[in-house]
Design a protein around this ligand. Structure first.
Ligand SMILES: C[S@@+](CC[C@H](N)C(=O)[O-])C[C@H]1O[C@@H](n2cnc3c(N)ncnc32)[C@H](O)[C@@H]1O
Length: 233
């Protein structure tokens, strides 16, 4: 049975069809503030906390999960935040079509799908190509935060980042098990409540690095994925 997708009518929801390529985020937000992106916002717990703490920043929260986008919009409305917009989009598609070079002051990725089976790991979003691609979209000095409950994923990303020219570790260790002041997402809370660790990584793009197209040279798997409405509730 095909699941019907709930229509999201929130003023904070941006339908992909409304966007120009690249999108004019200043016009969409009605303000010229630095723009940050959360990839895989789930039901929005992390984003509402982060956006409330940083009214000086505009936040784009994206997920391919329609119900998650709807719940995120409801939380933003309840919190009365004017600095968040929600988009149902696949991360690589969003970046390739709607974000300009060095347009992002920060990227947040929390508990992304771990694809724990070895044979499925190539499906993970955060791999070397994706981390290089983010350097194209981050402004010099832009922040990258990654968290995961899955220890192998933490080790993989912690190993990849130092080998990519253009990133600097902001922590004393490859990853930490507590990042004071960093909001907790639904998945983080779920694992922490079970006594299981969450691993946090925080890097910054070098101030001196200017992004050029060579960072995009390796085609990303799923780069052009547009999610059909029937695929995901
Ligand atoms: C395990 S959930 C974590 C949700 C939330 N970040 C949290 O920590 O509670 C991963 C989320 O990422 C979304 N997601 C996975 N791959 C994505 C992609 N390529 N682009 C956008 N969203 C993605 C999924 O739909 C899902 O909602």
């Amino acid at each position: 049975m095909t699941q019907r997708m709930i229509e999201i009518t929130s003023p904070y929801f941006i339908a992909e069809g409304q966007l120009s390529e690249p999108a004019d985020w200043t016009e969409i937000f009605g303000s010229h503030r630095p723009l940050a992106l959360e990839i895989g916002c789930g039901i929005g717990d992390f984003m509402v906390q982060l956006a409330a703490r940083h009214p000086e920043t505009n936040f784009l929260a994206i997920d391919i999960y329609n119900k998650g986008c709807l719940k995120t919009c409801r939380k933003i409305e309840a919190a009365g935040l004017d600095n968040v917009r929600v988009l149902r989009a696949e991360a690589r598609f969003l970046l390739a079509h709607f974000i300009e070079r060095e347009a992002l002051c920060g990227v947040y990725i929390n508990c992304p799908d771990p694809w724990p089976k070895k044979r499925h790991r190539q499906r993970r979003l955060v791999n070397r190509e994706f981390l290089r691609t983010l350097l194209y979209y981050l402004q010099p000095g832009g922040e990258l935060y990654f968290s995961t409950d899955f220890v192998d994923y933490a080790y993989d990303v912690a190993d990849l980042l130092p080998a990519i020219e253009g990133y600097q570790n902001r922590l004393a260790k490859p990853f930490v098990l507590d990042l004071p002041g960093y909001p907790r997402s639904k998945y983080m809370r779920r694992f922490l409540d079970l006594g299981q660790p969450v691993h946090f990584i925080h890097y910054r793009k070098d101030e001196a690095l200017r992004a050029d197209e060579s960072l995009l040279a390796e085609p990303l798997p799923g780069f052009r994925v547009r999610w059909s409405h029937a695929q995901n509730g």
